[in-house]
Design a protein around this ligand. Structure first.
Ligand code: SF4
Length: 926
């Protein structure tokens, strides 16, 4: 029955709603060229407004949800954003940050013109510069570096890429090993653990048919891939699936769970291995799957040389290896009820191949040995046979599709020690957050340093070491911040080049949001609107506000200036395929990509009388034909192109199957790679006690564990500071502390607390809550924005003005002026009612690189006391001399390359920008 009082109807183009609880998503594509509605502001007068709806992609987190921009036909202005209903990942839905894109494009503090610094770096003096002058100067530096064989001194350091291939291809064209990412402050721990099992470094849970979900993260509110996953998790719950959430905080996600499990931080692997043991000893595991798909024979051959080599012997040894992980051990070690183990084992056994899970930042990003937490959770999937099955977990690569242009440069031949130091041969990926320490340690420099959606001074641990690095102009020759808005690190840039926000740029993206594949097309909305209106063809820079550009056009222009006559062999990769010797246009580039790189798209486009580029401009997304699940079972050998792996059928006969992307082709329960690279004691899924294990803490002396990694659902790292709606909702980061700890430590609700780390302290306001595990305190890293100067350096609605006093290696940061109302072209900025902008706690953390995964171990051992006399809200004190000493201590735990065959890194381990295999060999000078 359709309720006619509900807004959906065939007449207005909205999906017909059967109940008030169904979500209506935006207008259907046939209405996008002329969408009309009454102007709410003109009520009670009925004034019709007409819009063109142009699809693009959100850029406020990594999920790449589809946006639909409503462009007023009269003014050509974007009026609002809703969800693109034909986007296969987000399906018309958005989180709060999607519609808030409108605030970002209207932000009165946004940077509209290229800027060049005057005076000393960090001095706050800037002058406008033309794009031509900036491009010529930067291109000249890069060309000189390439000609002088200093290509390693050119570095592109990216936080959130927001695209899948363009820049990597460009760096290959330049012939440099110049890519640096943020992975080691985000996900390296989890990725290594997953990768060692299967050759895929992320899980892609199939929530569609799942029976039981285990989330070691706050997936309903934040995380990979937030909105697309959250809506599928909720659907699974509505279909009867049960949810367990492992988190020390009672997050919004935990509040929706059937089981909230709060182990001592860093002991999660012990808990998961106890569940594994329970499944093994009770015989509730998928014997056939484990026998067929794990490398158990290799392990027996290496470790049980005189044994019978049978599967029964493997199970017998397995029980011995995990014998210590009893429920009682888990109860003591993890400080959880022993019954938790049986409950999880029962749920997983009952779900079988329909058991899904996710682990992202959270535990795996917090701890020494955090990668073993991912190894342990995957062990549960192996035991339950829930890998690549409906309702289970897929390897991420199955569910993501990255199209490539028809011609591509060859891989590079060099290896850049600045990002891939020999001390971390298995790091997943570049040792990005160590850059200031590595440059000093190696005595190296960077000539031209691009930061892009990357704010290391604020985001990374030990930001004051980054400030010191930026101040050394011999160490960083030229810092170019490619950014739409001010941020802390941009204060120490030489050039600030304003790049477009989500609706002001082109990118192609795909994410593993579900058991399916799709690509999304981010496009500059006003430029596309003008095209549809029949206005003369333009560049993105001409269509954008001020002189805001986009990276894709910028990089093509820069590449041409680096190699104007083509003699370096670079320019040819950015020449027009149709007009030899001329610069490729973006229409030409993306037309080639969509025509030749996306199976099925040309046919789908032709069916609508469009070319593939026209299709993507019209719909903003395309669902690529899915390759299906259980792909490891596909036949290999013969002319399939897959050598594959031999597995036994039911009668014991050998069959060639595609298998997994590991050296053995199987799921590697035992990692020969770890064995060969001197980490043999960790070669099986195991448990490593973390740097914040309860045994490390003197609780009576006020020591506690600080969890600094959780996101706020309404903010996203650096980027959301330019949204007034989001800032009004979330602008501070109080310290979560349990009532018992508050009493014991003398901290009071709403009072100030001093939180002391190994290199300094910060002063924050306390929030006394039952929603945090006793012994643990937590503080979100999403606020605490600051700037040094009144009119530049940060968004006024989100950042306080600070003074930084320096004495040798000691930094003392103090708030000089809080957030306050200000006049602008937006009257809302005079209505700002909040003052506190949070505390930049990350400045006070030393670097703590896990010696195997390279992940920064975020969780901190801290001492919490009431604020001392003279302390003020937002104070931060840091001694970088201490942070250097701690860097050396953690470096001393590593096992440097070379490994077998004189390699820097196992050849089978991927890199975002992979050079030729020969570059993996250490040279005589290393
Ligand atoms: S989850 Fe939210 S912020 Fe992330 S892409 Fe989707 S709408 Fe944007």
């Amino acid at each position: 029955m359709t309720d006619s009082s509900l807004p959906g109807s065939a007449a207005n183009g909205l999906p017909v709603r059967e109940s008030p609880w169904e979500l209506a998503v935006g207008p259907t594509p046939d209405r996008w060229d002329d969408w009309s509605e009454l102007d709410a502001a003109s009520w009670p007068e009925k004034v019709e407004r007409h819009y063109r709806c142009v699809p693009t992609i959100c850029f406020n987190c990594e999920s790449a949800c589809g946006l639909l921009a409503f462009v007023d036909k009269k003014t050509g202005q974007i009026e609002r954003f809703e969800g693109n209903p034909v986007h296969p990942g987000s399906r018309g839905r958005l989180c709060a940050k999607g519609p808030a894109t409108i605030n970002q494009i209207q932000d009165p503090d946004r940077i509209l013109r290229p800027l060049k610094r005057k005076g000393p770096r960090g001095g706050g003096q800037w002058e406008e510069v033309s794009w031509d002058a900036a491009l010529d100067e930067i291109a000249g530096r890069i060309r000189r570096a390439l000609e002088e064989e200093r290509g390693d001194e050119v570095v592109y350091h990216v936080g959130r890429p927001g695209e899948d291939n363009f820049v990597l291809r460009m760096l290959q064209a330049w012939g440099i090993d110049g890519h640096n990412s943020h992975t080691n402050v985000c996900s390296a721990g989890a990725r290594l653990g997953y990768n060692l099992w299967s050759g895929a470094d992320r899980p892609s849970p199939d929530y569609s048919e799942t029976r039981f979900m285990l989330l070691l993260s706050a997936h309903l509110e934040t995380g990979h891939y937030f909105n697309p996953h959250a809506q599928r998790i909720m659907s699974a719950k509505e279909s009867g699936a049960r949810l367990a959430v492992v988190d020390c905080r009672l997050s919004n996600t935990a509040s929706h769970s059937d089981y909230w499990i709060s182990p001592w931080p860093g002991t999660e692997a012990a808990m998961l291995l106890a569940v594994a043991r329970e499944l093994i000893v009770s015989g509730r595991f998928d014997r056939k799957f484990v026998k067929r798909w794990t490398n158990w024979k290799d392990w027996l051959a290496a470790k049980d040389v005189d044994g019978p080599g049978t599967f029964d012997r493997f199970i017998e040894l397995l029980s011995e290896v995990y014998a210590e992980f009893t429920p009682e051990f888990a109860a003591t070690e993890c400080r959880i009820p022993a019954e938790t183990i049986g409950m999880l084992a029962d749920e997983i056994a009952a779900a079988g191949t329909r058991f899904a899970s996710h682990l992202w930042r959270n535990a795996a990003a917090g701890h020494l040995g955090g990668w073993q937490i991912a190894r342990s959770v995957m062990f549960l999937h192996v035991l339950s046979g829930s890998i690549g099955t409906p309702g289970g977990v897929n390897p991420n690569a199955w569910d993501k599709f990255v199209p490539k242009p028809s011609s591509n440069p060859p891989p590079g031949e060099s290896w850049n020690e600045r990002h891939w130091p020999k001390e971390y041969p298995l790091a997943h990926y570049e040792m990005s957050f160590l850059l200031p320490h590595l440059l000093r340690h190696q005595g190296t420099r960077i000539d031209t340093y691009f930061t892009r959606v990357y704010n290391p001074v604020w985001t990374n641990p030990d930001g004051c070491s980054w400030i010191e690095m930026f101040e050394e102009e011999d160490r960083i020759g030229c810092h170019i911040a490619l950014t739409p808005t001010w941020n802390e690190s941009a204060q120490w840039a030489d050039f600030i080049l304003p790049m477009g926000l989500a609706p002001e740029r082109h990118d192609v993206m795909s994410q593993e949001t579900h058991a399916g594949t799709w690509i999304g097309f981010r496009q500059p909305v006003v430029r596309e609107f003008m095209r549809r209106e029949g206005k003369p063809e333009t560049t993105t820079r001409e269509a954008n506000p001020g002189e805001v550009w986009e990276e894709t056009e910028f990089w093509i222009d820069l590449t041409w200036r680096i190699d104007p006559d083509g003699t370096l062999g670079i320019r040819r990769w950015f020449e027009s395929p149709q007009r030899p010797g001329e610069k490729v246009t973006l229409d030409e580039y993306f037309a080639d990509l969509f025509e030749n790189g996306v199976p099925g798209l040309p046919e789908a486009a032709a069916a609508e009388g469009l070319d593939p580029l026209g299709y993507m401009k019209k719909y903003g997304a395309f669902e690529v034909a899915y390759g299906g699940q259980e792909r490891y079972e596909a036949e290999a050998g013969g002319d399939t192109g897959h050598r594959g792996v031999e597995v036994l059928d039911g009668d014991g006969r050998g069959e060639q199957r595609v298998g997994f992307k590991t050296p053995s082709g199987r799921l590697e329960f035992w990692s020969p790679t770890l064995e060969e690279w001197n980490f043999g004691e960790h070669a099986l899924p195991g448990y490593i006690r973390s740097q914040v294990h309860w045994g490390e803490l003197d609780m009576d002396a006020g020591e506690r564990v600080l969890l600094p990694t959780f996101r706020l659902p309404t903010l996203i790292h650096t980027r959301s500071a330019n949204s007034k709606w989001l800032q009004e909702i979330s602008h501070t980061n109080p310290l979560w502390i349990s009532p018992g700890d508050a009493d014991a430590l003398g901290v009071v609700e709403g009072g100030l607390a001093r939180v002391m780390t190994a290199i300094g302290h910060f002063v924050v306001r306390a929030w006394v809550t039952e929603g945090i595990r006793p012994g643990v305190v937590a503080c979100s890293h999403h606020t605490g924005r600051w700037r040094m100067h009144r009119d530049v350096g940060g968004q006024r609605l989100a950042s306080s003005i600070v003074a930084i006093e320096r004495e040798d290696s000691v930094f003392r940061m103090r708030v000089k002026e809080p957030v306050k109302p200000f006049k602008s072209n937006d009257p809302d900025t005079e209505r700002i009612w909040w003052e506190e902008a949070g505390v930049n706690q990350n400045l006070t953390f030393p670097v703590q690189p896990d010696p195997i995964s390279g992940m920064h171990c975020w969780h901190q051992k801290v001492r919490v006391v009431p604020a001392e006399r003279g302390d003020r809200y937002g104070d931060v004190v840091v001694d970088t001399e201490k942070s250097r000493a701690i860097f050396e201590q953690w470096m001393a735990r590593t096992q440097p390359a070379p490994g077998p065959g004189n390699l820097r890194r196992p050849l089978w381990l991927s890199r975002p920008l992979r050079p030729v295999d020969a570059a993996y060999q250490m040279g005589s000078g290393d």
